[in-house]
Design a binder for this molecule. Sequence first.
Ligand SMILES: *Cc1c(COP(=O)(O)O)cnc(C)c1O
Length: 475
Amino acid sequence: MTETSKPLRAVLPSVDKLLRHEDGLALAEAYGRAAATDAVRAVIDELRRRLLGAGGEADTGEEAVLASAADLLAAKSAPSLKKVFNLTGTVLHTNLGRAPLPREAIEAMTLVAGGASNLEYDLESGRRGDRDVHVDDLLAELTGAEAATVVNNNAAAVLLVLNTLAKGKEVPVSRGQLVEIGGSFRMPDIIRRAGCKMHEVGTTNRTHLKDFEDAIGGRTALLLKVHTSNYEVQGFTKEVSDAELAALARKHGIPCVDDLGSGTLVDLTRFGLPHEPTAAEALAHGMSVVTFSGDKLLGGPQAGMIVGKKELIDKIKKNPMKRALRIDKVTMAALSAVLRLYLDPDRLVERMPALRLLARQADEIAATGRRVVDPVSRALDGIAAVELVGCQSQIGSGSLPVERLDSVALGITPSTGRRGGGAALNRIAKAFRSLPIPVIGRVHEGAFLLDLRCLEDVEAFVGQLDQLTPGRASR
Ligand SMILES: *Cc1c(COP(=O)(O)O)cnc(C)c1O
C-alpha cells in the first residue's frame, strides 16, 4: 500500500539497495549482475507506471519487488522450445516436431554433440572423408538402391535433384500431383526455384501415359512423379503407374524421379497399418531416383533421403547446392542409428516410438484412459465433465490422409452446456496448454478431446494436473 501523496522516489526502493539485499545478491549470482539489474529496473519501472495510473496501488516492499524480478528472470531464461504432450490425435504432427526419436538415436546424438567426431574424416587413411559414408551404404542396402545421399529435408532433396538433373529444362508432371504441403512447400514453386520449367500434363483427376508421351520433347530433362501425400483424388480418376512412367522415361533415355513424400523402408501392413509405398518398391518399379523424408513414417530426425542410380547420385552430390543443404553431425548420428534399427524389422515396433504409437491398439489406449480419467475429472470438478470416448487418430505429415486409426480420447465437455460452450472450451484448451509440460488436444463437436494414443508418460501427465487452472465460467 502506498500513500499517493508521497513522492514516488520515496516509495520505491532504489535499484542499488535492492541489489545489495540478500535476495538481490542471489539473483545476481544466479543470472549475472547485468541481467539482475535490468530485471530489477524493469520491475521498478512497471511499479512506477502502476502507481501513477488511476487508483495506483502496488506492493513496493523490497521482497515483493525482488520476487517479481525473480519471476521475470526465470521466465526470460526458460527455453522457448519445450517438450509438450501431443494429444492431438495426429501422431506425426509437423507443428509438434513430427517423429519422436528412439533411444538409440538420442544416445548417438549425445555422443557426437559435445565434442569432435569423424564426421568427415576417414580414420583409415587419416584424410578428409565424406559425411555421407555414415548412412549411404545402409540406405542403399535398405532400399536396394545403387547409391544414396542425404540432405536437410525432403523439400531440399526434391530441390537438389531437380536442380541437378533438370536445370534450364522441362519437367512434365501430372496436374493431379501438383501438391502443396503445409503452405510453404508447393510443387510448382519448387520446380521453378530449382531452375526448371514445369510442363503440366493431364487433368486434375485423370492423367494418361499418352499425356506424358505427348509432352516429351527435346527440352525434357526427366519425368516427375509426386506422391499425393495429403489428399486423395477419388471417383473418376486415372494415374499413370510407376512402372509405365519409368518405362516411358527409359524409352526416351531420361531419368524418372519419384518424390515419395513420407516414404518408408518397411511394409507397414506387417504392423497392422495401411500400406504406404516403400522406397524399395518405387525403385523396383524402375524409378531412377527416389526421395523421402526422415521424420515422417521413417521415424527418424528431419532429413531428406535421395536414393537411386549411382551415376545420378554422383551428379547430385557434386552440385554445389548440396553443401548448402547438408545435414549436421547430430542429425547424421540420429539418422545412422535409426537406419541401423531397420536392419532388424522384427524388433522395429518395440524400438521405434513412431511406429509403436502408430501400431498401438485401441484396447491398450483405453487402459491408459482408465488411469487418467479420474485424475482429470477431479482437476476439472465443477468445470467440465470428463469421459472416455472412442475417436480416430491420424498418421499425420501427409501420410495416408484418408486412413484413420481407432483410438480412445478423454472427452471434456464444459458444464456450461451449449450456451457459451465455445468460450469455455477455449478456456479449457488454453489451461491445458499453460501447464509446465503443455498438453495439446483438439476441439471436436463441442468437446475438447485429448487423444491418448501418444500418451505414454502417464505419471508426468497426471503429476501436473494440480496446476490446471481453467477457472470457472462467469455466470
Ligand atoms: C512431406 C513432403 C515433402 C516435404 O518433405 P519435408 O521432409 O517436410 O521437407 C515433399 N513432398 C511430399 C510429397 C511430401 O509428402
